[in-house]
Design a protein around this ligand. Structure first.
Ligand code: HEC
Length: 205
């Protein structure tokens, strides 16, 4: 099977101005990437742009939904929102051949466990964040033969997120979470650290 595989961590600004872009091989280190400043992601540009748009739509909707729910019913309602909002959006995108989801190195919902490729990208993202490389952090993998495109974009922990994913989650809230997710490992995240990533796959019909 012929596979074009490029893993890149890029700064959005640099990419849009098209400065000194270079395609990297997966074994290239982050140090090399820093030197070259920008990386072209693997895959056709149109599909990559769709992936970015879809990831942003999902992120925006989840955040809005979460804030609404917390304002209305407190963190208790929020626990539902972080899950519920993702469903309809994922469903709407499915008709165009996209599967969208979220993943992380430490998950709350075991269905969100990363596969091998995702896990590698998550480690790269965490590393890039700790080195304060420019956002957004993204990665992609394109199978030229089947036309399948995978795309990931990093999710950074915000202050609001720490109420349910941080170091000092209110015991009452944690109780509700652990009742629903007994295998939860998604606490202990500091603001500014990597919480996870949006993960999208395009499969041609
Ligand atoms: C009110 C509690 C609450 C808040 C606040 C909250 N989350 Fe969550 N989060 C959850 C729950 C519950 C899940 C499990 C959802 C599911 O079943 O898919 C979850 C899952 C996730 C996942 C999927 C990976 C996993 O661990 O299963 C990510 C990524 C995530 N949250 C990011 C965030 C970010 C970023 C913020 C802040 C903008 C945030 N969350 C705020 C409760 C919360």
């Amino acid at each position: 099977m012929k596979m074009t595989l490029t893993v890149g961590v890029i700064g959005g600004l640099l990419l849009s101005t098209g400065l000194s872009a270079k395609t990297l091989q997966p074994q290239d280190s982050l140090a090399t990437q820093q030197e070259t400043e920008a990386v072209i992601l693997a895959g056709p540009e149109g599909k990559l742009n769709q992936a970015r748009t879809n990831a942003k739509a999902l992120g925006g909707a989840l955040k809005a939904r979460l804030q609404q729910a917390i304002a209305k019913g407190g963190l208790e309602e929020g626990v539902e929102a972080c899950y519920v909002a993702a469903g309809p959006i994922a469903q709407a995108l499915k008709k165009d051949g996209w599967t969208v989801g979220r993943t992380a190195l430490r998950v709350r919902n075991q269905d969100n466990q990363p596969d091998g490729w995702e896990e590698t990208q998550l480690h790269e993202f965490a590393d890039a964040l700790s080195k304060q490389l420019p956002m957004p952090l993204e990665a992609s993998r394109w199978n030229e033969e089947t036309g399948e495109l995978r795309y990931m974009s990093a999710i950074v922990t915000g202050q609001v997120c720490t109420a349910c994913h941080g170091n000092n989650v209110d015991p009452a809230v944690l109780g509700i979470i652990r009742e629903k997710y007994p295998e939860d490992t998604a606490t202990g995240f500091a603001p500014g650290s990597l919480r996870g990533a949006f993960t999208l796959t395009y499969s041609p019909e």
